[in-house]
Design a protein around this ligand. Structure first.
Ligand SMILES: Nc1ncnc2c1ncn2[C@@H]1O[C@H](COP(=O)(O)OP(=O)(O)O)[C@@H](O)[C@H]1O
Ligand SMILES: O=C(CO)[C@@H](O)[C@H](O)COP(=O)(O)O
Length: 478
């Protein structure tokens, strides 16, 4: 039997085909774009996810024997509010995870202790509940028509299977889940003028959620395979990386930056701004520090300079001592550790010699200091990270990997298979749903390289991190 993993990333949708030995037989990626109609807004057209999924699935079926595909797993960027009416039609563009327009609504909800008590998390502006509350206040005619609220990959599931289903890991990022009990909280839904009927049915990520619709199967050339619950992209990446057991960790260099640790128990500590969510397999949870702009900060510089991320980060050579130029990557505010939707990005200490290359180095350093902040926040909850797998598009930069290993003083392991994290995790969940395989198939992938911290430079980067923190404190009120 074969399996497909579909990962709806912010910058692209990726699909992979694996066999039952978990070897990757094929892959196809389709780029996606984000629109920013106003300051702090970030939206995508859900139709573009469906079109991309059809393109990617059809390409896999055209180039490989997919007649024995038995399971499909879905992963996707988290927290997005996809609102559909009674006819399952989308009511407005999806407001994404890095859309911070609902900071006032988030602050009001977070002021009521029950949200942190029940969900184990701060109500961040990018989470689903405050965004829907923004719609209630600003677009009441749309709010009145909401029949179901779906997370991005769950809207894709509706398109592929006809089912309204979500799963625990993504549902934990809505601010409506009782994260310890793994069920919707009627109390929190009522506080948001919503009911359980407007929520999708919940399954575990490794359980069946439906089957590929006959018309989609015919259109793409696939069988009517079982579709697993799947996971939010970070929990899926963890399944792909074998980060399930307590103490294992990964760092993700995608549009967002994530420092993720698996836990065998539910250990909420919202005051640290660490996220505590359900993992994608039963009876497991995880914690993560999330920074809103990781490669997104590089993409911003890329648009400004006309040089691609690869050009900006290429030929930086050996790791050098921290630059004097300091970059604060808060282009759209920040989650961990500040929960600050109003802060914006900063460049400090520019001089005549600051060229695009120097700016790129400062961007990589600034995002790395943001990861160091996440490490400190996780440590405050009692979670110490000594080593982590590294994933996401940013891992193509050796300089960045050296910088992160050195600043955080941890070993980074780079998987052999390349950048398949969340898609591989989704495929593994597809395998668990369609066969009798259990969570133990989520092993660590073979490691291509291990990056050790440069101990001679660690102290200098710790000082750089302290300077970065001082800059935030000094500038936030300006
Ligand atoms: N050589 C490189 N150095 C640093 N970043 C890179 C390089 N190549 C690609 N990237 C970044 O990787 C990003 C894509 O990463 P990915 O993990 O797929 O993101 P997402 O899951 O958020 O869509 C691109 O937006 C780009 O900025
Ligand atoms: O908001 C979060 C996690 O809480 C983000 O990690 C999103 O899930 C987007 O992921 P990428 O597109 O950067 O992978």
């Amino acid at each position: 039997m074969k399996f497909i993993g579909l990962d709806l990333g912010t910058s692209s949708l990726k699909a992979i085909l694996v066999n039952d030995d978990q070897q990757i037989l094929g892959e196809h990626a389709v780029p996606l774009s984000v629109t920013r109609p106003d300051r702090g807004w970030s939206e995508q057209d859900p139709q573009s996810w469906c079109d991309a999924a059809i393109t990617a699935l059809s390409a896999l079926a055209a180039n490989h024997d997919c007649s024995d595909v038995g399971g499909i797993g879905l992963a996707g960027h988290m927290h997005g509010a996809t609102l559909v009416g009674h006819d399952d039609k989308v009511l407005r563009p999806c407001m994404l995870w890095n859309d911070t327009r609902s900071h006032a609504q988030a602050a009001t909800m977070d002021g009521s202790p029950k949200f942190r008590d029940i969900t184990g998390n701060i109500v961040f502006p990018g989470f689903t509940a405050p965004k829907v509350d923004w719609v209630r206040e600003n677009e009441p005619e749309i709010f009145a028509k909401i029949a179901k609220i779906l997370l991005p990959k769950d809207y894709l599931r509706l398109f592929l299977t006809g089912e309204h289903v979500s799963e625990m890991s993504d549902a934990a990022g809505t601010s409506w889940l009782d994260t310890g009990k793994r069920d919707w909280s009627d109390d929190l839904l009522a506080a948001c003028h919503l009911t359980r009927d407007q929520m999708p049915r919940l399954v575990e990520g490794s359980a069946e959620s439906g089957r590929l619709r006959a018309d989609i199967a015919a259109q793409t050339g696939l069988p009517q395979a079982i579709v697993a619950g799947g996971a939010g992209d970070n929990a899926a990446a963890a399944i792909g990386a074998g980060v399930v057991k307590d103490g294992t960790a990964f760092v993700s260099l995608g549009t967002s930056g994530v420092l993720f640790a698996a836990n065998n128990g539910y250990r909420p500590d919202p005051a640290t701004a660490v996220h505590t969510f359900c993992h994608a397999v039963p009876d497991t949870w995880h914690q993560m520090g999330v920074i809103l702009a990781a490669t997104d900060a590089l993409e911003w510089l890329s648009r400004l300079t006309g040089q691609s991320a690869a050009q900006l980060t290429g030929d930086l050579g050996q790791l050098q001592a921290p630059s004097k130029t300091l970059f604060l990557p808060y282009l759209g505010g920040e989650r961990t550790p500040h929960n600050d939707a109003n802060m914006r990005g900063q460049f400090l200490h520019l001089d005549h010699a600051t060229d695009a290359k120097a700016a790129a180095r400062a961007v990589l350093e600034g995002v790395t200091y943001a990861f160091a902040d996440c490490q400190t926040a996780l440590a405050a909850t009692g979670t110490t990270i000594k080593a982590a797998l590294a994933m996401g598009g940013g891992t193509k930069s050796q300089y960045w990997l050296d910088l992160i290993a050195t600043t955080l003083n941890i070993q980074l392991h780079l998987p052999e298979a390349g950048d398949f994290g969340a898609a591989l995790g989704a495929a593994r969940l597809g395998m668990m749903a369609a066969t009798d395989a259990g969570p133990d198939i989520a092993t660590m992938p073979p490691i291509a390289t291990t990056i050790d911290p440069n101990t001679a430079l660690h102290a200098a980067f710790s000082e750089g991190h302290a300077r970065y923190r001082t800059a935030y404190t000094a500038l936030k009120d300006l």
